[in-house]
Design a protein around this ligand. Structure first.
Ligand code: ATP
Length: 394
C-alpha cells in the first residue's frame, strides 16, 4: 500500500467516525471522545470504542454502524470495532483528539509491523460483558494450563505438553491466552503472521500443532498495557475468530494468576480440565492452591499439578540440587486430593531450547527433560481419554 493510499484510508476511517453519532451526547464519536484507538494495517482496520458501563450499553448500534460503514469503504478488507465498557462510571470521556488516535501502522504498511488480523467473521462479542457463552466448542477437549503465579514455567509446560499430546496421536491446538505476556511465538520459533481466510484467522502450523497467539497479531508492548476488559475482549475474539478446524485437544496457555480474566475464561469455555504448574517453593504452592480452588469453584476438573524447576541439574557435572526445594507440589497435590502429574527439572537445555524456538520435547525427545514432559503428557492424555471417546462416539 502506498503512502497516498494509506492517507486516503486514514481519512475515510476518520470520516466514518465523524459521521456516526453518540446517542447520549449527540456528538460524533470522535468529538464525544469515545474512540480509544484506531489501527490500520494493510486494509485491516481495528477500532476500540471505550465508555463507562452504563453508556456502553447504548452504544452497540453505533458500534455496529461504524463496522458496517467501514466494511463498505473501498480498500478496507475487513474492519472490527470493539466496544469496551472499562471506563469508570461517571468518568468523562477522554477529550476529543485532533485526529483519531495514532494508527499503529507505519506509513506504507507491512514492513515487519504486526497487523491486527482479527477477522470479525464469527459472532464476536461487541461489548466485553455480554452473556456468557461456551466458546471453543469445536475442540473435543479444551484444557487450561494455569499457574497461580507468573514465571513458574507455565508457557514452557503448555508448549511441551501440547507437543507430547500430539505425539500420542491426538490432533492438538495451542492457544496463547497469556495476553499480557504472549511468549508462545518466541518459544515455537514462529515469525510469520497468520493468514485471514473468509474473515477468520488460520492458526499457524508449528511442531505438529495448530497455534494462535495474540503475540502474532499485536505488538507485545500493546498487549502489555491493556486493561482487564480489553484483555477479555481480545481473548474472546481470539476464541471466536480462529478457524481451528477439527481438534482433539486444545491446550490453552492461561494468563498467570487467579483474577477476573482467569475466572471469566474458566466460565466461558467448556474446559475439560486444568493443569496447574508450580515450582516447589511454599509461596508458589500457596498460589497454586488458589488456582486449584478457582477451578474447583467453576466446576472445572483439575487434571493435576506439575512441579517445574524441581531440582537443578548442573550442566557441567550432572549433580542435582533442589534449588527451590523438591517434592512440595507432590505433597500439595496429595493434600488437595488432586493427581500429581510429574516433575520437570531446572535444566539449562529447557531454557535454551525455549529461547531458540525449538521446544525440548520436539528437538530432544529422549533427553531427561523430553522424557519428563512426555510422561506428563501421557498422564494427561489418559485422563482425557473418556471425554475424547465420548465425543468421538457422539
Ligand atoms: N524446567 C525449566 N528449566 C529451565 N528453564 C525453564 C524451565 N521452565 C521454564 N524455564 C524458563 O523460565 C522462563 C519462564 O518460563 P515461562 O515463560 O514458561 O513461565 P510462565 O510461568 O509462563 O511465565 P509468565 O507467567 O511470565 O508467562 C523461561 O525463560 C523458560 O525458558
Amino acid at each position: 500500500m502506498t503512502d497516498i493510499e494509506k492517507g486516503t484510508l486514514d481519512q475515510a476511517v476518520r470520516q466514518v467516525l465523524e459521521r456516526v453519532r453518540d446517542p447520549r451526547s449527540q456528538q460524533d464519536l470522535v468529538t464525544a471522545g469515545l474512540v480509544e484507538s484506531v489501527r490500520i494495517q494493510g486494509g485491516l482496520v481495528q477500532i476500540t470504542l471505550a465508555a463507562d458501563r452504563a453508556h456502553a450499553a447504548g452504544l452497540e448500534p453505533a458500534r455496529a454502524e461504524v463496522e458496517r460503514a467501514l466494511r463498505a469503504v473501498p480498500g478496507i478488507m475487513n474492519a472490527t470495532v470493539v466496544l469496551t465498557a472499562h471506563r469508570p462510571a461517571g468518568s468523562a470521556p477522554a477529550p476529543a483528539p485532533a485526529r483519531p488516535p495514532v494508527p499503529a501502522a507505519p506509513a506504507g504498511g507491512g514492513g515487519g509491523h504486526r497487523p491486527i488480523g482479527l477477522g470479525g467473521g464469527g459472532p464476536a462479542p461487541a461489548a466485553t460483558d455480554g452473556p456468557p457463552a461456551k466458546l471453543l466448542a469445536g475442540a473435543k477437549a479444551v484444557i487450561a494450563v494455569a499457574s497461580g503465579k507468573g514465571g513458574v514455567g507455565k508457557s514452557t509446560t503448555a508448549v511441551n505438553l501440547a507437543i507430547g499430546l500430539a505425539r500420542t496421536g491426538l490432533s492438538v491446538g495451542l492457544l496463547d491466552a497469556d495476553i499480557h505476556g504472549p511468549s508462545l511465538p518466541r518459544m515455537l520459533g514462529i515469525t510469520h503472521q497468520p493468514e485471514v481466510r473468509d474473515k477468520r484467522l488460520i492458526p499457524i502450523d508449528a511442531w505438529g500443532l495448530k497455534v494462535m497467539s495474540i503475540g502474532l497479531l499485536v505488538e507485545e508492548r500493546t498487549a502489555m498495557i491493556w486493561r482487564g476488559p480489553m484483555v477479555m475482549g481480545a481473548l474472546q475474539q481470539l476464541m471466536v475468530d480462529v478457524d481451528w478446524g477439527e481438534l482433539d485437544v486444545l491446550v490453552v496457555d492461561m494468563p498467570p494468576g487467579t483474577g477476573d480474566a482467569q475466572l471469566t475464561m474458566a466460565q466461558k469455555v467448556a474446559l475439560a480440565g486444568a493443569v496447574i504448574v508450580s515450582t516447589p517453593q511454599d509461596i508458589a504452592l500457596l498460589d497454586a492452591r488458589r488456582g486449584v480452588a478457582m477451578f474447583e469453584k467453576t466446576r472445572v476438573p483439575v487434571l493435576g499439578i506439575v512441579e517445574n524447576m524441581s531440582t537443578f541439574c548442573c550442566p557441567n557435572c550432572g549433580h542435582s540440587t533442589p534449588l527451590f526445594g523438591h517434592g512440595g507440589a507432590r505433597a500439595e497435590a496429595q493434600t488437595l486430593g488432586v493427581p500429581f502429574l510429574g516433575e520437570v527439572p531446572l535444566l539449562l537445555d529447557i531454557r535454551v531450547s525455549a529461547d531458540a524456538g525449538t521446544p525440548i520435547l520436539a528437538s530432544a525427545p529422549d533427553s531427561d527433560a523430553g522424557r519428563a514432559y512426555m510422561a506428563i503428557a501421557t498422564r494427561v492424555a489418559e485422563a482425557l481419554r473418556p471425554q475424547l471417546e465420548k465425543k468421538r462416539a457422539g
